[in-house]
Every structure is written in C-alpha cells, then in structure tokens.
Design a protein around this ligand. Structure first.
Ligand SMILES: CC(=O)N[C@H]1[C@@H](OP(=O)(O)OP(=O)(O)OC[C@H]2O[C@@H](n3ccc(=O)[nH]c3=O)[C@H](O)[C@@H]2O)O[C@H](CO)[C@@H](O)[C@@H]1O
Ligand SMILES: C=C(OP(=O)(O)O)C(=O)O
Length: 435
C-alpha cells in the first residue's frame, strides 16, 4: 500500500488549483440514472471515489467513460437496479443510487453501507423519506430492498421532515422526487453547496426544484423517461480548498487557492482570521467578489488559539475539523474543538500525539494545548480528512513523517503530493510501502 513521506519545514508559497468537488460529483453522477440520455460531466476530480462510482454505474448497466476530468455516462434504459456490498463498502456515497433507481425503475436493492471509522452513519432518514413517497422497504441480509407503490409503481410526491439535516439523505430524496408524481416538500434539509449544485442539475434536467441550499426544498417531479441528460462542470471542492488554506496557514506561507469561493467557506475563514491568519478574495480583474479567481491565505504572526464547534452548513464543516485541529496544535494557548456531527471523528488525535501534539479527548471534545513544535513520525489514519491532517502536521514537523494507508487520501484529494510539491513542500509518494 502506498504511503506519503513528508520532510517538514518548507513554507508553502505559490498557487494551487482546486479540483472539482468530490461530494458534488458523486450525487450528480448518480443523478445520470434519472435520464436515459448521454450525460457529460466536466471538472470531475480524478479520485478513487469517482472510479468506484463509475464501477457502480457500470455494474448497474450504464456505460461510463472516464477521460481525464471528463466523465460520460452513456445513454441507456436497461438497468439492473442492484448495488452490491463489494462496491458499497468501498464508498458510503454508493447509497446515493437508491433514490434514482427506485424512482426510475420502481425497485432497488442496495447494500446497507455499514458503520465506518468516523461513526455509525445510519440511513434511516433516507428510508423514512422514501416510505413517505409510497415505497415499501425491507431490510434483508444487509440489503435495503425497496419497491415503488403497488409492487413497483411510481413514487408520489410527499412532505418529508428530516429529524436532522443529512447531506446524502437530502440528495437521495431530491433525486427520487424528481421523478415522483406531484410535488415533494423536504423540510429541515442540509444546506451544503453540493446540495445546491444537485438542485441546479435537476433543474437542468427538467425537474422543478426550488430552495436547494435552504432548509426547505420543493420539487415538482416529471414523468419517467422525460428528464433530459445534462452537460455540466462540477463546482470546486471547498474542502480541498480549505485543506490547502490550513496547510498554508500552518507553514506560515502565502498561497493563492485558485477556484476557492469565499462564500462557501465562511465559517472556516472566520476561524482562520480569528486565529491570526490573513485571508483575502482575489478577483480576476484585481477586485474582490463572486467572480473571484481564488482566495489568498497567508500568515506573518503567531497563531492564536480559537475554539471550534462543527455544525451543518453554514456552520464549521466536520470535514475540516481534523485539519483545523492540527493548526490549533501549533497555536498559542488552549483551544476547544467540539465535534457534533460524527461520534468518532478524532482518529487523528492519537497519531498527532505521537508527533508531539498535546491534545486531551473528552468524548466529542478535544482540548488542544498548543506546542512549540511537532516531530516527524510514522503515522496512520483510518479516514480521509484525518489522513490530510497528518500530512499537514508532517509539513510543519521536525524531520520526516510517513503517512501510511494513503488509499484514504486518494478517495478525496487529487494529486495531493504533486500540488503540495508545487507549493514548495518536500513530499513524495512511496509506492507499496508497509501498510
Ligand atoms: C458524500 C458526501 O457528501 N459526504 C458528506 C456527507 O456525508 P453524509 O451525507 O453521509 O452525512 P450526513 O449529513 O447524512 O450525516 C450527518 C449526521 O446525520 C446522521 N444521520 C444521517 C442520515 C440518516 O439517515 N440518519 C442519521 O442519523 C449521521 O450519522 C451524522 O451524524 O455529509 C457529511 C457531513 O457534512 C460529510 O462529512 C461527508 O463528507
Ligand atoms: C466523510 C467524507 O466522505 P464520505 O461521506 O464519502 O465518507 C469526507 O469527504 O470527509
């Protein structure tokens, strides 16, 4: 299994171009199942999760061609509506085929994703919503077996209230509603930019979606077989952007994060500024604003300790918690990091402690006491963002750090070591290193 070796001490400087958003590309690829025509997606990141989704769509019976950052899903209306455990276990987002399959074909058999390193991650809200739309659902031998009304009929519009905002749950229900008969109202929805992006796609296809990106979404469904295919460029990955911002801040560097949108990262940016990091939107014409070319992040003075509590968007993203925690390991004073989304998302803490960090865990709270320096070590992470946080720690640590089990990183960061090397990092991939 590959590892990443980092020699700490370089100050990151220059420009880094952000890839398309993994968490936008995954539901959008699944939404191709709603239409029978050929769909074309551009600015798709080259990630393991994209290849897993392509493999899943192929298994279902749709041709998929991945050509650099372009993915084409071939036309077709013959589908085997079944997502097997072997594919779902590689990537929880596979559950996103449930809504489209059920809506388009009246039935679906999708493996339950199971627990993972960061928590149990149930899908009860997805299932509850589909049931409200008339589906009958049973769980059998680890699979969700879903059927449209009256033995495979068309879903009907419904009012669904989510007990808590769920990103993929909102997306699954939006896709199901796009082919349901009548109007669906989803209440207490996730408001993440990726949900908003899916709303744009469904509108492009001809469904009527109103409110995506707010907590109430209305969808008027279309008849099966009438949704149009689409051609779309994926939005930049705000979590990848945030990760480079934190890396720049941690090394005391000066980096232009190209493609990053200030408006998608408000909570992170507010916390970076509070910590003493400078953040500025850089416009293509030299001005600031929506048409910005990116976000410049730099640091001159010491880091200040600040507290962070993760929350659904527009709160501080749980997907940035691990990286920000590393930054706080280098700050003056004590910060309190509270993780409220996932029950087990501090897997990076014991590894960071081996690098000299001073962090005490109390349930879902990490008390971080800043230290003068971190030390390179061999470390290993069991999830994606934890792995990224260890690379950032390696960038500032004395000596060499080897981050093992890089396949987690490859799920979510395109050419991470190459992008960091261009910013001046001393970093390399070690092929086939010890696991
Ligand atoms: C592919 C994708 O977009 N992944 C993101 C998505 O994951 P994902 O969509 O899986 O996360 P959710 O928004 O669903 O999870 C939020 C919380 O709701 C709980 N929950 C969720 C669904 C459900 O039916 N019942 C339930 O209890 C979860 O256990 C968790 O505690 O949002 C997370 C939270 O921002 C991010 O960390 C992931 O990167
Ligand atoms: C948790 C993440 O992804 P996923 O939902 O695909 O596991 C993530 O992107 O940090």
């Amino acid at each position: 299994m590959d590892a990443i070796r980092v020699r700490g001490g370089a100050t990151l400087r220059g420009k880094v171009r952000i890839s398309g958003a993994k968490n936008a590309a995954l539901p959008i690829l699944c939404s191709a199942l709603l239409s029978d025509g050929e769909t074309r997606l551009r600015n798709v990141p080259a990630l393991r999760d994209i290849h897993t989704t392509a493999a899943l769509l192929r298994f279902l019976g749709r041709g998929v061609e991945v050509d650099g950052s372009e993915v084409r899903v071939a036309a077709g209306d013959k589908v085997r509506p079944e997502a097997p455990y072997e594919l779902v276990k590689q990537m929880r987002a596979s559950v996103l085929v449930l809504g489209p399959l059920l809506a388009r074909f009246g039935r679906a058999k999708v493996s339950l994703p199971g627990g993972c390193a960061i928590g149990a991650r149930p899908i009860d809200q997805h299932l509850k919503g589909l049931e409200a739309m008339g589906a009958s659902i049973r769980l059998e031998r680890g699979y969700v077996i879903a059927e449209g009304p009256n033995g495979g009929g068309r879903l009907r519009g419904a009012e669904v209230y989510f007990d808590l905002p769920t990103v993929t749950g909102t997306e699954n229900l939006m896709m199901a509603a796009a082919l349901a008969k009548g109007r669906t109202t989803l209440v207490n929805c996730a408001r993440e930019p990726e949900v908003e992006e899916l709303g744009r796609i469904l509108n492009k296809m001809g469904a009527e979606v109103d409110g995506a990106g707010t907590d109430v979404i209305h969808i008027v469904g279309r008849d099966p077989g009438t949704l149009a295919p689409f051609d779309h460029a994926i939005i930049p990955d705000r979590i990848e952007a945030g990760t480079y911002m934190v890396a720049a801040a941690a090394t005391g560097g000066d980096v232009l994060v190209e493609g990053a949108e200030l408006s998608d990262l408000e909570a992170l940016i507010a916390k970076l500024r509070q910590a003493g990091v400078k953040v500025e939107s850089v416009g293509s014409e030299g001005g600031a604003g929506e048409s910005s070319q990116g976000v410049r992040v730099w640091r001159e003075g010491p880091l200040r300790a600040v507290d962070v509590t993760t929350a659904p968007h527009p709160g501080f993203p749980t997907d940035m918690q691990a990286q920000f925690l590393v930054l706080m390991c280098l700050a003056r004073g004590e910060s309190v990091i509270s993780e409220t989304i996932f029950e087990n998302r501090f897997m990076h803490v014991p590894e960071l402690s081996r690098m000299g960090a001073n962090v005490a865990l109390r349930g879902n709270i990490a008390m971080v006491q800043g230290v003068d320096r971190l030390y390179g070590a061999s470390v290993m992470a069991t999830d994606l963002r934890a792995s990224a946080s260890l690379v950032i720690a390696g960038l500032v640590a004395d000596g060499e750090t080897e981050v093992r089990r890089v396949y987690h990183l490859d799920r979510g960061y395109e050419r991470l070591e190459e992008k960091l090397r261009l910013l001046g990092a001393d970093i390399a991939r070690v092929k086939g290193a010890e696991g």
